[in-house]
Structure formats: C-alpha cells, structure tokens
Design a protein around this ligand. Structure first.
Ligand code: PGA
Length: 250
C-alpha cells in the first residue's frame, strides 16, 4: 500500500435524480473495498443529498464539485461549505480546470476555498495542471509551482492532513489523450518536491496525489503502478458503473 489512496469520480454536469441513483446503486454493489483505499463521487449539487443518503454506511463517500468560500450570505447561485456538509458530503473538489478556465477562478479563489473547506470540516481535493501550450513552452513545472503555492498559501503542515491533490493536465481532460504513466509520474514528483519545500518531508510523503485526464479501464494499471500516483480522478469513465468499477477495482 502507498499513502492514502483515493479513487474518485467527477460527474460534472451530468445525471438527474434517477440517473444518479441508478449509477450510485451500481457502484455500491460493485466496489470491492480494499483496505486503505477510499472511494469518492462528486455528483452535481442538485443530487448530492440523494446520492449521499444512498452511500450511507458503504465505502463510497461523496463530495461537491465546487463551493463559495463564505458560510452564507447574498451570493446568488452559490453554495456554501455548510450546505455541502448538510448534504452529507465530506469532500470538496476545488480549482478543477473547468472552474479555472471556463469560470475564471484564480489561485487566490482556490486558496480561499481550501481554507474555508478546512475550517468547515470538509476534505479539499485540489486540482492543478497545465494547458497544452504551457507544456509545449516548457512551463509545466512553473505552472504547477504557481498553482500549488497559490492553493496552499498560509497553511501549516498540520492543515495538510485532510488535503489531496489531483494532477490533471488540461490537454488530457475529456480528450482521450492520456498522459503516459511516466509523464504523470514526473509531474507528481514535481508536486511532491513543492510540498516538501512548503511543508517538509513528512507532509510531502503523506499527501495523496491523484492523476486525472482520460483515465479509462485500459490505462489505469499503468498509471496506478507508478510510485507517486496515489489514485485517480475520473470524469467521462465515471459516468457508467461498468467502466468506473473496472477502474476502482484495479
Ligand atoms: P476525463 O475528466 O476523465 O473525462 O478526462 C477528468 C476530470 O475532469 O476530472
């Protein structure tokens, strides 16, 4: 066993109530819970309560895909950490590339959300990753440095216990173009080095770093075999129980 291992599914803006219920029931039936391995789904906020209630005492946990950092207030259209918890969720996805690039979330927004999640007892899963043009310009490491430093600014090593990171190269998300295990491992090593600089050896060795971006049943084994890949964040292939179960039961 490596560090904490997390296998997660991001349903994005898919699944209405009955569809979500069917999917989660299929997952609960099929997950072969392995010791030390955690399973999380991130359904849309509209079905989060319903999915969380079905997960109950099963190995499957839930999280929201986004939240605002304030506890409550006049922020039309947003949901708060308290509301996420009230839905029965324990995780929160923060800074997904679609939030950063379609909805223009900044590293400062990500930082506020990470702090708010921790203050309110949620486990933040923070997404980082470079654009294709950034990789082609040789800027992958500096982008990761900016995103990791930005996300965790002002935090101490003890705050990192409940934090996980998902490395998701933007060019691999929803494109079918997966990073090779070696490319992913290299980026994960960079992230671990950054954590070491920021928080010391012990924290760097214990924070789970997941890979995301076109993870499928036929490429999970190679990715999971890598020393620094502690699980995966799956989009498209998490929308059907058959494909997600092949991934999580690897
Ligand atoms: P994908 O999405 O698996 O469909 O590439 C991953 C993600 O956005 O988390």
């Amino acid at each position: 066993m490596k560090r904490r291992e997390i296998f997660a599914g991001n349903w994005k803006m898919f699944k209405t109530g009955d569809e979500a219920e069917n999917l989660v029931k299929g997952l609960i039936k099929g997950i072969e819970a392995k010791p030390g391995r955690e399973y999380v789904v991130f359904p849309p906020a509209t079905v989060l309560s319903r999915v969380s209630a079905l997960c109950g005492n099963t190995p499957l946990k839930t999280g929201a895909q986004n939240m605002f950092h304030e506890k409550q207030g006049a922020y039309t259209g947003e949901i708060s950490p308290l509301m996420v918890k009230d839905c029965g969720a324990t995780f929160i996805l923060i800074g997904h590339s679609e939030r950063r690039h379609i909805f223009h979330e900044t590293d400062d927004d990500v930082n506020l959300k990470v702090k708010s999640a921790l203050e309110n007892g949620l486990e933040p899963m923070v997404c980082v990753g470079e654009l294709l043009e950034e990789r082609e310009r040789g800027e992958t490491d500096s982008v990761l440095e900016r995103q990791v430093k930005g996300a965790f600014s002002g935090l101490a090593p003890e705050n990192m216990v409940k934090v996980s990171i998902a490395y998701e190269p933007v060019w691999a998300i929803g494109t079918g173009r997966v990073a090779t295990p070696e490319m992913a491992e290299e980026a994960h090593r960079v992230i671990r080095e950054l954590l070491k600089t920021l928080f010391g050896e012990k924290t760097a060795a214990s924070v789970p770093v997941l890979y995301g971006g076109s993870v499928k049943p036929d490429n999970i084994s190679g990715l999971y075999a890598m020393e620094n890949i502690d699980g995966v964040l799956v989009g498209g292939a998490s929308l059907e129980s058959e494909s997600f179960l092949k991934i999580v039961n690897v």
